[in-house]
Design a protein around this ligand. Structure first.
Ligand SMILES: Cc1cc2nc3c(=O)[nH]c(=O)nc-3n(C[C@H](O)[C@H](O)[C@H](O)COP(=O)(O)OP(=O)(O)OC[C@H]3O[C@@H](n4cnc5c(N)ncnc54)[C@H](O)[C@@H]3O)c2cc1C
Length: 286
C-alpha cells in the first residue's frame, strides 16, 4: 500500500525517511508533470508542513536558503547585488503562479539540464545541505548534481537548505536566458555572471556559469581566470570571443542543435557579463 505523510517538523521527516523509501513532494511543479498519466508508485513525503526549512536567513559565514523557499520568496527577500542573477533567474522560472509554489531546492533536486536556478547558484559557490537520521553533510552544487536527473542524494536523505558562503556574496551579477519565446519557456541556453570590480576599475574576481548546454551546468573556469585583471570593454569582449567552450559539449534536441547552442552560449555569456558590469556601474564601453 502506498503511504502519504506530511510531517510537521524535520525530526519527524527524517525518521520517516529512515523507515522506508519515499518520494519527496515540495511545490509539486516537477513532481506531478513527471508522473504523467501513471498512477502513484511511491510513498509520498509531503514536506510542506516543515516550517523550519522555509525562508532565507543568514549567519556570519553564510546566507541560508531553506529548502521550502519558493522563487517568489527569493525575489521578495532583500539580498545583495551578487544575488541579482539568481533573482533574474527566479523571474524566468515558468510563470508567477509557478514561482509562487515552486521551491529553489526542488529545481536542484529535479536536476534538469535546463534548471534555471543552477548557473546563478554556481556563480555564488552554493552548497547543498543534506540531512538524514545519520547526520548532515554539505556538497558543493557541482558535486550534488551528477547528471541529467541524477543527484548525489542517498536513500534516507533530503535537502534541507542551500547555503552561500559570505565570501561569495561580493560583487554584482546578471543572468541571461535564451528560449524559443519570451515567457514561460524552457531554456535553450542560459548564463550567469558575477563580477567583483577593483577600485582601479579592473575585474578582481569573476564567476561565470552556463546552463542547458551540457548535462549539468558548468562554471567556465578558464574564462574566469582570463577575465581577472581586465578592464570592462573590448578586452572582455575579446576574452569571450576567444574562450574555448567546447567542454560544454551541448546536445542536439528539438529546442536547438549543438552548434547553435555553442554560438548562443558565447553570446549570452557576453550579455550576462555586460549585465553584471552594468549593475556595477561600469559598462563595456568604459
Ligand atoms: C508550467 C511549468 C513551467 C516551468 N518552467 C520552468 C522554467 O522556466 N525553468 C525551470 O528551471 N523550471 C521550470 N519548471 C520546473 C519547476 O517549476 C522547477 O524546477 C521548480 O523549482 C521545482 O520545485 P518544486 O518545489 O515544485 O519541486 P517538486 O516538483 O516538488 O520536486 C521536484 C523534484 O525534487 C525532489 N525534491 C523536492 N524538494 C526536495 C527536497 N527538499 N529534498 C529532496 N528532494 C526534493 C522531488 O522528489 C522531485 O523529484 C516549470 C514547471 C512547470 C509545471
Amino acid at each position: 500500500m502506498i503511504r502519504y505523510a506530511k510531517p510537521g517538523n524535520l525530526d519527524e521527516a527524517l525518521t520517516l525517511l529512515g523507515e522506508a523509501r519515499w518520494k519527496i513532494l515540495a511545490g509539486g511543479t516537477d513532481f506531478y508533470p513527471a508522473m504523467g498519466s501513471k498512477p502513484l508508485a511511491d510513498n509520498v513525503l509531503d514536506i510542506n508542513g516543515i516550517a523550519e526549512i522555509s525562508g532565507i536567513a543568514g549567519d556570519a559565514s553564510h546566507v541560508v536558503i531553506g529548502a521550502l523557499t519558493t522563487w517568489t520568496d527569493l525575489i521578495r527577500h532583500p539580498l545583495p547585488p551578487a544575488f541579482d542573477a539568481l533573482k533574474q533567474a527566479a523571474r524566468e522560472v515558468g510563470s508567477v503562479q509557478i514561482q509562487n509554489v515552486a521551491s529553489v531546492a526542488g529545481n536542484l533536486c529535479n536536476a534538469s539540464p535546463a534548471a534555471d536556478g543552477v548557473p546563478a547558484l554556481m556563480t555564488l559557490d552554493a552548497e547543498v545541505e543534506l540531512r538524514s537520521l545519520g547526520g548532515q553533510r554539505w556538497l558543493r552544487l557541482e558535486h550534488f548534481i551528477l547528471g541529467n536527473r541524477r543527484t548525489a542524494m542517498q536513500a534516507g536523505e533530503m535537502v534541507t537548505a542551500i547555503r552561500i558562503p559570505r565570501a561569495s556574496t561580493a560583487g554584482s551579477s546578471s543572468f541571461r536566458k535564451l528560449g524559443a519565446r519570451r515567457y514561460l519557456v524552457i531554456s535553450i541556453a542560459m548564463a550567469a555572471a558575477r563580477l567583483v570590480i577593483a577600485k582601479d576599475g579592473r575585474i578582481e574576481a569573476a564567476a561565470v556559469a552556463v546552463g542547458a548546454c551540457s548535462a549539468v551546468a558548468q562554471r567556465l573556469d578558464a574564462l574566469e581566470q582570463t577575465l581577472v585583471g581586465l578592464r570592462p570593454g573590448r578586452d572582455v569582449e575579446q576574452a569571450v570571443e576567444a574562450a574555448d567552450l567546447t567542454r560544454l559539449a551541448p546536445i542536439d534536441d528539438v529546442r536547438g542543435s549543438a552548434d547553435y547552442r555553442l554560438i548562443a552560449a558565447r553570446e549570452i555569456v557576453l550579455r550576462a557579463l555586460q549585465g553584471a558590469l552594468g549593475a556595477s556601474g561600469r559598462d563595456m564601453a568604459a
